[in-house]
Design a protein around this ligand. Structure first.
Ligand code: SAM
Length: 582
């Protein structure tokens, strides 16, 4: 495989992400339709969809409980790898970083012939006229708003509003066009709003978003606000609250966060840190320009009849304390899933190796509790201050490198290169935070440097880092989780890249191996990756775009290895047979 096949494999997973953020409880739902009449206890109660959600499949029901409000439930057994919901979002917007490189209609990356730029606003680009025409009914409003925004911008850095403002603008224009009584608008209004319980810490965010939206939509009078079906400025806060609570990260088929999108149906799904389903954008459609971006909810475990369908709102590679903190801050609820309520005695997301190297592990020390022991040999960790220091600087470096990854990748790479050995020497286990995050970011930055020149040294280093990331991820995420499947696919693809200067025969090299052994390892890894991709991105989608690419690589590698084996066979047959000596 040539190096170019690796491009687009994965870019950063570390950038800002949207989640479908929840509010306090079912009682605070202010929806106008399909609102949850919450049950007395925790027994889920079936509720009517009130004519909404045309794409709700027959095998899924909307039910509600006192504790979590509405949710989606399986009416029949659902197999891992089956696509539970497939729907186009009501609205989506690319983040500013991707406006130049992706189509603003179908979210595909630019092709070799290049994307076509809107000649009026010069801000959005499209694959072709089909994509442009499909987007025109909304973009015609957006186009003018973007031009006005750019003309008034004090500097080029703020010449385009952020994706949240642009997505909200798209929702408002579409709502105005369809009418407040349309099913489309009723579905938007049925999404949960936190207007009544906005935490003080979030007030500034809401105010800023509201000001930006008013400016972007060009609203200057109550009459203009009314045109969008808002009875008062308070209704504007409501739509912002619904957006913040229910928006999702729009991702590429390899999980790169590309922007934001909203689907009222998918927003009915509640959260678990141990989810049985995932939300992905596999690019499954046969008619990409008209259907994409297509959101799909895929079961990653077998789901029983009556079981609730649950996805994770937060990055589940993070330790429990950070997940809980993120859910509380952004979504105002305390997660009581099995992983949070009954954490395992050794949580692989926050552990160090035993100081006596017995093979056991110790929980991470904290400022409050610095007396920690190996759970296997009971050895006490003596150097807790050093571990705490390493964790603190590791977190700082991860935050800094994450923020610099696109603007100054060299600096970000220096930071990850420096920090990984420090955390490793503090005996942090590779699946633990923040080492895993640093490792994954380092891998992304290394792969990016390969495009400047793929030397054997750089390629081998990228493979070593990818292998550690894949091992760390595999120890904490279940088989078939998309992050795990993509990590394995990336490792396999790196192993399959043609070696610029393979190690000479006879020169032993531990890892990665060279020559045919490397190809065999690539093949095995890609076969494992494909099995997981078929679950993560749906069997009917053949594992999505990445699954289809991996299948092609497997076929190519099998051929290559076949040629090699045949070559050996031929060479053996060509060796003249020793003649019998007299
Ligand atoms: C995106 S909505 C999900 C659908 C929502 N239950 C509804 O009725 O519209 C997020 C909200 O659901 C609730 N929720 C979701 N997962 C929860 C969980 N694990 N525990 C408690 N509440 C949860 C929270 O109230 C949250 O504000």
């Amino acid at each position: 495989m040539s190096f170019s096949n690796l491009k687009n494999a994965r870019q950063s997973k570390q950038s800002k992400s949207y989640v479908n953020t929840p509010s306090t409880s079912g009682a605070s739902v202010t929806s106008t339709a399909a609102t949850a009449p919450v049950s007395e206890g925790s027994k889920p109660e079936e509720i009517s969809a009130s004519g909404l959600y045309a794409s709700l499949p027959l095998h899924i029901a909307i039910r509600a409980t006192e504790e979590t409000g509405r949710g989606l439930y399986a009416k029949q057994a659902l197999k891992a790898g089956s696509v539970l919901i497939s729907t186009k979002p009501h609205a989506s917007a690319l983040s500013t970083l991707y406006l130049e490189s992706h189509c603003s209609s179908c979210a595909a990356p630019g092709t070799a012939t290049g994307l076509k730029r809107c000649t009026r606003c010069r801000t959005v680009l499209y694959c072709n006229a089909t994509c442009q025409n499909l987007d025109w009914s909304i973009h015609k409003h957006e186009c003018q708003a973007l031009q006005k925004w750019a003309a008034a911008a004090p500097s080029p850095e703020v010449a385009v509003p952020n994706d949240a403002v642009r997505c909200l603008g798209r929702i408002c224009w579409r709502k105005r066009a369809k009418g407040s009584d349309s099913i489309w608008a009723r579905e938007i209004n049925a999404m949960q709003s936190h207007r009544a319980s906005i935490p003080a810490s979030a007030q500034q965010k809401y105010t800023h978003l509201a000001h930006s939206l008013v400016r972007y939509l060009g609203l200057s009078s109550p009459e203009e606000i009314a045109e969008f079906g808002f009875a008062s400025p308070g209704d504007l806060v409501d739509i912002i609250s619904r957006f913040i609570t229910n928006s999702f990260t729009l991702t590429s088929p390899s999980l790169t966060p590309l922007g934001v999108c909203v689907s009222p149906l998918v927003a009915l799904i509640n959260h678990s840190c141990d989810p049985n389903a995932v939300l992905v954008f596999p690019r499954a459609s046969n008619d990409p320009s008209t259907q994409e971006p297509l959101m799909q909810v895929v079961a990653i475990r077998d789901i029983l009849p009556g079981e609730q369908i649950l996805t994770a709102y937060v990055d589940t590679t993070l330790p429990r304390t950070l997940r809980q903190q993120a859910l509380k801050e952004a979504q105002n609820f305390t997660c009581a899933c099995t992983l949070c309520a009954h954490p395992p005695p050794v949580d692989l997301q926050e552990v160090i190796w035993c100081p006596k190297t017995c093979g056991g592990m110790c929980p991470l020390p904290t400022e409050e509790n610095d007396l920690v022991r190996c759970t296997k040999c009971q050895a006490v960790v003596a150097d807790t201050d050093a571990v705490l220091d390493a964790l603190r600087v590791g977190q700082e470096a991860l935050d800094k490198a994450t923020s610099l990854q696109n603007s100054d990748p060299t600096h970000a790479h220096r930071l990850t290169s420096k920090m990984i050995p420090i955390l490793t020497s503090a005996r942090i286990v590779p699946s633990s935070h923040p080492l895993l995050g640093l490792q994954r970011l380092h891998q992304y930055l290394l792969i990016a440097t390969l495009s400047d020149g793929c030397t054997q040294e750089r390629l081998d280093e990228a493979i070593q880092v990818a292998s550690k990331s894949a091992a760390g991820i595999s120890s904490i995420l279940a088989p078939g989780h998309p992050i795990r499947a993509i990590e394995l696919a990336e490792l396999g693809k790196l192993l399959a890249v043609d070696e610029p200067a393979p190690a000479q025969p006879g020169r032993p090299q531990d890892f990665p191996p060279s020559g045919p052994a490397r190809l065999k390892m690539a093949l095995d890894t890609l076969i494992r990756a494909r099995a997981e991709l078929l679950i993560a991105f749906g069997g009917v989608n053949e594992g999505g775009q990445v699954g289809r690419e991996v299948r092609e690589s497997i076929v190519a590698l099998e051929k290559e290895l076949g040629v090699w084996k045949q070559g050996i066979k031929n060479a053996i047959e060509d060796i003249p047979k020793p003649t019998k000596s007299r």
